[in-house]
Design a binder for this molecule. Structure first.
Ligand SMILES: Nc1ncnc2c1ncn2[C@@H]1O[C@H](COP(=O)(O)OP(=O)(O)OP(=O)(O)O)[C@@H](O)[C@H]1O
Length: 313
């Protein structure tokens, strides 16, 4: 299999701010065309990592290599886009803000106007193009910041809380736009976020930081299957069959949890066996109304990794 080039490598990076160690021996790398979810509690060091990668601050020790070479201040702006890279001009319109930004990057005018039109339409904000930014809602301003970051077709796009202020529909749309964008432009994305729902469908890789240290890093699917090496199934059956079914299931499997819900019994069991065979066996042996495989999520991975109890599933 062909090796995918690395866009970013951090090796034993350390950083103290005001005599406090905020980044502790952080090492990881990121392949071209992947989306990395950078996660961690408040104060874990996500923004500091982003500031280090973009050379806004310098590490005390360790190596940060972007595009296979040490960060080069002269090409950084052409190749890396950061969503929170400076405020928008509140007294200017969306169009004027984007035009000025494109001008900084010397994007040819006709090309820039086409890009603005495409992106604002994709983000469903075209009709507000001539509205002053100061009159926009928080979510709309957020869209403009993301559009601005995409204008330059960056090789590396860094998003810090991109879903902040976005409504549920826009969060889904953003996920779609970013996954399509990565495929079309071979862009690599680092996304620091607290919005964990649905991350497994967008993030190729996950990195969880805590107190400046990497707690977990790897491919999302691999991390989830490492964390839950067994298959869990929800077995739905009528209440009258519950006791008999439960006897059968506990005799044959490791039943983790069972519950009633009106006339449905939900049983969660764990098995290391091939799940399609297990499903077929159960359906054959007892009266069931349905069996579903439990898919674990990045949110569960996050809570399990950090050893924090999840309040809501
Ligand atoms: N300018 C600063 N002066 C002092 N301490 C700082 C400064 N910037 C960051 N820190 C400290 O560095 C640590 C990491 O902060 P950072 O902003 O990187 O965390 P974060 O993971 O992005 O948090 P959040 O999820 O709240 O945005 C925190 O303990 C923070 O107090």
């Amino acid at each position: 299999m062909e090796d995918i080039p690395l866009i970013l490598t951090l090796s034993k990076v350390n950083k103290s701010i005001s005599q406090k160690k905020v980044i502790n021996d952080v090492s990881f790398s990121l392949e071209k065309g992947k989306i990395l979810a950078l996660l961690g509690p408040n104060g874990a060091g996500k923004t500091t990592i982003i500031r280090l990668i973009t050379s806004l601050i310098e590490q005390d020790s360790g190596v940060i290599s972007v595009f296979n070479g040490d960060i080069n201040p002269s090409n950084i702006r052409q190749n890396i886009s950061v969503q929170n890279d400076g405020n928008l001009y509140e007294n200017l319109t969306i169009f004027e803000n984007l035009k000025i930004w494109g001008g900084f990057y010397e994007i040819p005018e006709d090309h820039l106007e086409v890009k603005i039109s495409e992106l604002t339409s994709r983000f469903e904000i075209s009709e507000r193009l001539n509205s002053k930014v100061g009159e926009l809602s928080k979510g709309m301003k957020q869209k403009v910041l993301i559009i601005r970051a995409l204008l330059t077709n960056p090789k590396l796009l860094i998003l810090d809380e991109p879903t902040s202020g976005l409504d549920p529909y826009m969060i889904d749309l953003l996920t779609k736009i970013l996954t399509e964008y990565v495929k079309r432009h071979e862009t690599t994305i680092i996304m620091a976020t607290h919005q964990l729902l649905g991350l497994e469908s967008i993030a190729d890789d996950v990195l969880i930081l805590n107190k400046g240290e990497v707690v977990v890093h790897g491919k999302t699917t691999q991390l989830i299957s490492d964390c839950w090496p067994t298959v869990e199934l929800d077995v739905l059956s009528d209440k009258e069959n519950f006791e008999n079914n439960l006897d059968y299931l506990t005799a044959n499997f490791n039943v983790i949890h069972s519950s009633f819900d009106i006339n449905i019994t939900r049983i969660m069991l764990e098995t290391k066996d091939n799940h399609s065979r297990v499903i077929a066996d159960i359906a054959n042996d007892i009266p069931v109304n349905g069996i579903t495989i439990v898919n674990h999520t990045v949110k569960e991975l996050y809570f399990k990794t950090l050893g924090v109890e999840q309040i809501y599933e």
